[in-house]
Ligand binder design. Sequence first.
Ligand code: SF4
Ligand code: SF4
Length: 376
Amino acid sequence: MSDPAKVTVIPCDSYVSGFPECIESLLEPIGGLSSFVSQGSNVLIKPNLLTDRHPDEAITTHPEVVRHLVRMVRDCGGTPSVGDSPASTVKLSRVQEKTGFLDMCREEEVPLLNMEQSGSVEIKRDGYTFHIAKPVLDADVVISAPKVKTHVLTVLTAGVKNMYGTIPGFLKANLHKEHPAVPDFGRLVAAICRTVPPALSVADAVVGLQGDGPGTGGRPARLNFLAASTDAFSLDLAICKVLGIDPKAVSYLNGAGVPSGLPDIQVIGASSIDDLSPADFDVPSTLGARLVPAFLVNLLERFLWIRPAVMDACISCGRCVASCPVAALSMAPKEKPRLEPEKCIGCCCCHEICPEKAIKMAQSPLLNLIRRGRQP
Ligand code: SF4
Ligand code: SF4
């Protein structure tokens, strides 16, 4: 276990009014941006651009967050660029356009990188092998700008999980196939974040995602805050505290090397962290399943499954079929996808990519019982 780093949190209810001042104040207690960016440094800003959705849907980092980081990097004498590698079945150009990043980067005259085509380097760490996109490794400084969202697989996605997007394209789905067990996948996510630790993470929680995120299965939630830290793990522990999520349910916060206890949280403009907790916030329906002890999961594996169920809203676009890393889904022309349950590893890739909210992650009867037992 390492010592937790300081996390700063500030109330912020708009991406327009007073927003630049909010980010400035947020970073002040950790030395301001000039303590991370020096004259001439090459700075990569890494947002979450999961898929091709409008910023109002809160599935991707709001472009205004990155716009202000770009300007602040320039004010410090650094040279900014922006890049992420979205979920692999969606064309990158479409993602960049729909999320507002194409326009924002044009307006700010900042390069918007294609991390699918920029080459990658194979890395071995903590027993895992994965590829990291070269621009991430070549940058002098990486600033992560995650969106705060719920996640049916990892329960939360924020600072740590944002770095999973440094894996180019379909290689992300391959890693799901190689590491289907949730605790193992969590350790992999943590290893990736430790390989490319951002110097600074600035989390966008002005509007976040609740329910069955991280894609269209979630619903926007006004969270009204920004948070920042030099350590992505400490940042996520603080976000868990604000959202009332038990960090034990978040697989990447459970392994070795994660700070123990609550980080040092400095709240700016509010008297305590509890003042920032939303009155209503829906956690993912899978949270109960993620709290089942590992020995029980191993023992009752056959009875503890989470699988996609295709709903009537399906438009037969085929994205889910293309995104499945184990070919568990197939589809005849103009029909709905069909699942081969014995092949499914419950990775939720199909769920997060569906443009029509037509995939629900169904849970086995035993998991449903466990979930009901945990509800107050
Ligand atoms: S379930 Fe969703 S992603 Fe799959 S084919 Fe239907 S609409 Fe497309
Ligand atoms: S069907 Fe969906 S949840 Fe199952 S393995 Fe394929 S992508 Fe993952």
